[in-house]
Design a protein around this ligand. Sequence first.
Ligand code: NAD
Ligand code: UGA
Length: 459
Amino acid sequence: MEFKKRILCIGAGYVGGPTMAVIALKCPEYRIDVVDINQERIDAWNSDELPIFEPGLDEIVKERRGKNLFFSTATEENIKVADIIFVSVNTPTKTFGEGAGMASNLQYWEATAHQIVKHSNSDKIIVEKSTLPVRTAEAMERILKTSNSNVKFEVVSNPEFLAEGTAVTDLLEADRVLIGAHETEPGTKASQEIADIYRHWLPEERIITTNLWSSELSKLIANAFLAQRISSINSISALCEKTDADISEIAHAIGSDSRIGNKFLQTSVGFGGSCFKKDILNLVYIAKSYGLYEVADYWESVVTMNEYQKSRFVRKIIKEMFNTVAGKKITLFGFAFKANTGDTRESPAIDITKALLEENVKVTIHDPKALDNAKIDLQGIDKNITYELDPYKAAENSNAIVITTEWNTFKDLDYSKIYESMRKPAFLFDGRNIIDHKKLYGIGFNVYPTGKKQLTHFS
Ligand code: NAD
Ligand code: UGA
C-alpha cells in the first residue's frame, strides 16, 4: 500500500509506543515506524506481551501492527524515508558532571540529532516529543545545521502530556495538544503539518500552537504545577494528623471552589514516576542558570516536601509499632508508582522499602503488575524481601500492611481473612487512603490513614 506520509518515532518507550499506536489507529493513511536501540524492547512490541502495561493498548497495537505500525531497530533506514521524525528518547536527570542531580541528561537526545543529520537525504520535520529544557531546539538546530547536504530541517516542539495508566484515553481524549514552532513561514507550515495529524481525532480548539520556547517550557511547568498541588495537599496532611482535621474533607472543601478545582488533591505517600522530580529539578537548574535563585528555591521546595512526606510515613510506621520493627514482617501492598501501571520509576515504595530494610524489617511486596520491576529495583539488597503475587499469602504472619499504591483491587480484598492470618496487634498504614478505615478498625486492625485521625484499639 502507498502511504500518504511516513512518520518515524525514535524511542519506543512509555511515550513513543502508545503515542504512535494511537496515531497509527487514527491515521491509517500514514505509515508509522517506531525504532529503538533496545532490541529486547522492540521484540516485546512485536510480541503478544507488550513491554509496558497500559489499559487499552494491546488492542490498538494488535489492530495496527503490520498494517501501518511497525516496530524495529532499523533507525538509519527509517530516517532516510521519513517525512516527520518524532524524537521520544529518555531525558533522565544527569548523574555526573556539571548539573549532576538536577539538569537533564541530553546525551540520548543529542545522539539522535547526530543520527538524523548523518542519514537524512530529504527535508524533514523534527518533532521534540521528549520533555526538554527550554531552548533545546536551538541546540538541535545547531547540530542539524552541520549537515553538508542541502537538506532542510524544521524543528517543532510537541510535548506529551499523557499519564501512565491512562495513556490511551489521555491520547484519544487529550485536553489539549501543544505545538510550538518558529514564527516564520516554514515554522508555521511545519506546525500545521503536525496539527494535521491530531486533527484526525481532536477538535481544532484543543490544538494549541505557540512559539517554540513557550511550548518547551509549558511542558516543564505543567508537571511542576501538578506536582506542586500534591506537595501542597501532602504538607497539609501532616498538619491534619496533628489537629484531627480530615484531609479528604479539606480536599473536598477547597476543591469545590472552581478556581482551585478538585483534581490532583489526593494525599499520598508522595508522588513518584519518572518525570515529576526530574522535570522540577530541571526547572530549578534552568532558573539557577539564569540567576533566578528565588524562583529556583520556590520550585525546589516542592521536591523537598515530597521527600519529607515519604520519610514522615516511614517514621510514623516505626513509631506506631512501638519503635521496634526489627525482625517484624511488614507487607507492602503496591510497588508501582501509581495504579494501573507496572512502572516503578521513582516509586515512593522504593524509598519506603529501603528505609524498612535499614531497620532490619522482613519486607514482603505484593503488586499485581510491578513485581518484575520491583525485583530489578531492589536487586542486590533483597535478601530480606519476599515477592508475592497473591495478596493473601503476602499478608500471612505480617505485623503490618502498608498500602503504597492505590490499586482498586486492594479495596475489595477480604480483610477479615487477612486479619485472621496476621500477627497481633495487626497494623494497617494506608498511604493512599483507599480502604474503608472504619470497617477495618471494626475487624480489629489498628488503622493509620494519611492526614486523618488514627483508629486504634490501644488505650
Ligand atoms: P523510556 O525510557 O520508556 O523510553 C525511551 C526509549 O528511548 C528507550 O526505550 C531507549 O532505549 C530509547 N532510546 C534512547 N536513545 C535512543 C536512540 N539513540 N535511538 C533509539 N532509541 C533510543 O522513556 P519515556 O517514559 O517514554 O519518556 C520519554 C520522554 O518523554 C522523556 O523525555 C520523558 O520525560 C517524556 N515523557 C514521559 C511520560 C511518561 O509518562 N513516561 C509522559 C510525558 C513525557
Ligand atoms: C505525569 C503527568 O500527570 C502527565 O501529564 C505527564 O505527561 C507525565 O507526568 C510526564 O511528563 O511524565 P504520571 O507521572 O504518569 O504523569 O502520573 P500522575 O497521574 O501524574 O501521577 C504522578 C504521581 O503523583 C503518582 O505517584 C501518583 O500516585 C501521585 N499523585 C497523583 C498523588 O499523590 N496525588 C494525586 O492527587 C495525583
